[in-house]
Design a protein around this ligand. Structure first.
Ligand code: GLC
Length: 513
């Protein structure tokens, strides 16, 4: 079947060019400090500018003491607030769980050795394909590393239909191969059919990596459920699909998006030790000392002291020991296709936040506290209240919350909303959005504590929540201060972009050496 392209090639060229230009600049800047091929040493790295935090506007409905707060919100605040002591408890538990995961397989936090032990030094050259599968879009990129820090990139995005996510594995991988074939056919620089193209595969799911280009899928996450993939080597599945479709490509690196984010950002900011994704899903990777990974039996065979670990923190606390799950979180979990899995992801990531808000709203409609007890078909349908609507509502600072009205009445089709209704809905979005940011900060604090980098460390963060959700970065910063005190000032959160494309190509280039 012909894959559907989300953006035509020509349309993405501008984006790709500007991303490429930024990348060139980054490479040039990094060259003076990145000549060592080892992972970045901590000390004395120049600190780069962190993202600018918007000032959060504290409105009357942010304030617990006001008399006119609808009682529903007061009640919900008690459930969704995560006080500093709770965050500290979460940090302690996560550090302990990380250690367990480094010690043995089959722990809640999988702590997967990525087999990435080096970072680029700017001299890498070659043309690579990079694939990025991890959500509703599948991206194919051609990344040309020209040496001397010069890079060019082209890309094309395809929509992964729901039936492909949950159908047969072979169909999913055939679809990926079709997309690559279509990209190669359309690309202006016609690919030389004789030349076997090298490819970095960003596959953003929990994979037990056995080498830099082999790994077995442990479980699906983020709504994927394709059959006959769990327990198999995803590189082999992709390679077989290429073979079936006559695509002359060799998969030379298998990468998680967090590892790609860390590597591509370390290229410009050498003090980067942590890569975080806060988008449809959530996860983090970081630089660990090889000596601290007892489960890695062949550690001595790696010619390095360090390796990037993919934590798969989305699975943290699926036993529900510390996370402040509300009745709504339990409902989301029970109705999901992976119940009792990915607990941390389900209270943080973009895939679930809108769904939590939807369930809270339905509850308040039931009690007659919202929309005069009236609902809509859209609101009654699972996953139809999108996290993007929350973003829009949280950004609405008009006096009568007119944009919130537009979302609720025009998109969600609630027949009529009062201003109080809209204040309540905005309040719910704030509670759920703030909780997500604070819990993400607890995850970062846990990693920084584990690797003893409280004196300075850059965290590369990618994903739509961090990039687009209003106040998200500010709320994370507030929580980091509450957890770490003054040391929080040493933790620099930087917006990272396109680790999945660029990072995969760089790792493919490194794998070659
Ligand atoms: C899910 C995946 C993980 C990925 C994250 C962000 O948690 O299991 O591998 O890194 O989403 O895309």
């Amino acid at each position: 079947m012909e894959p559907t392209s989300l953006f035509l090639f020509g349309l993405t060229t501008g984006v790709a060019v500007s991303a490429g230009a930024r990348y060139v600049e980054n490479l040039v800047m990094s060259r003076s400090v990145s000549s060592s091929p080892a992972l970045p040493p901590l000390a004395d790295r120049p600190r780069r500018r962190s993202v600018r935090y918007q000032d959060e506007v504290h409105r009357p409905d942010d304030d617990d003491s006001g008399d006119d707060i609808p009682s529903a919100l007061v009640r919900l605040r008690k459930q969704f607030n995560v006080p500093a002591e709770k965050l500290t408890q979460i940090v302690r538990h996560m550090v302990a769980e990380m250690k367990k995961g480094l010690h043995d397989d089959h722990q809640t936090m999988k702590m997967i050795p990525s087999h990435v032990i080096r970072r680029p030094n700017g001299n890498e050259t070659g043309s690579f394909l990079a694939l990025d599968l991890g959500g509703s879009n599948f991206r194919v990129c051609e990344v040309i590393l020209e040496g001397n820090g010069i890079t060019r990139m082209r890309q094309k995005k395809f929509t992964v239909r729901e039936d492909l996510k949950t159908g047969g594995g072979a169909e999913l991988f055939d679809f990926l191969a079709d997309c690559v074939a279509s990209f190669m056919a359309e690309t202006e620089n016609k690919f030389n059919k004789e030349e076997r193209k090298k490819l970095g595969f960003t596959f953003s799911f929990p994979v037990q990596q056995t080498s830099i280009n082999a790994g077995v899928l442990m479980s699906w996450t983020k709504g994927f459920h394709a059959s006959d993939v769990v327990g198999n080597d995803v590189v082999q599945l992709l390679q077989e699909a290429f073979h079936r479709k006559n695509v002359n490509v060799n998969v030379t690196a298998l990468v998680n998006d967090t590892t790609g984010t860390l590597i591509s950002h370390a290229y410009q900011s050498p003090n980067t030790y942590i890569g975080v994704i806060l988008g449809t899903g959530t996860n983090a990777a970081y630089v660990e000392q090889l000596g601290n990974i007892p489960k890695l039996k062949d550690a001595a065979s790696f010619n390095s002291d360090e390796m990037i670990i993919n934590t798969e923190w989305g699975a943290f606390d699926q036993e529900n020991v510390v996370l402040p799950f509300t009745e709504y979180d339990f409902k989301v979990d029970r109705a999901s296709i992976n119940p009792r899995q990915q607990a941390f992801e389900k209270v943080i990531s973009g895939m679930y936040l809108g769904e939590i808000v939807r369930l809270v709203m339905l509850d308040l409609i039931e009690t007659g506290e919202l929309f005069a007890g009236k609902s809509s078909e859209i609101l009654k349908t699972k996953y139809q209240f999108e996290t993007a609507y929350m973003s829009r509502i949280e950004r609405d600072h008009t006096l009568d919350l007119s944009d919130t009205k537009a979302v609720l009445e025009d998109i969600v089709k609630i027949p009529k909303t009062s201003r109080t209704d809209r204040v309540i809905v905005k309040g719910i979005c704030e509670l759920v959005g703030r909780r997500s940011a604070r819990l993400s900060a607890a995850g970062i604090a846990a990693i920084v504590t584990k690797i003893n980098r409280l004196d300075g460390c850059t965290v590369a963060v990618d994903g739509s929540l961090f990039e687009l959700y209003p106040h998200f970065a500010n709320r994370m910063r507030d929580a980091l201060r509450e957890i770490l005190g003054l040391s929080a000032e040493n933790i620099v959160l930087e917006q990272a972009r396109d680790g999945s494309g660029q990072g995969a190509a760089l790792i493919a280039a490194l794998a070659e050496e």
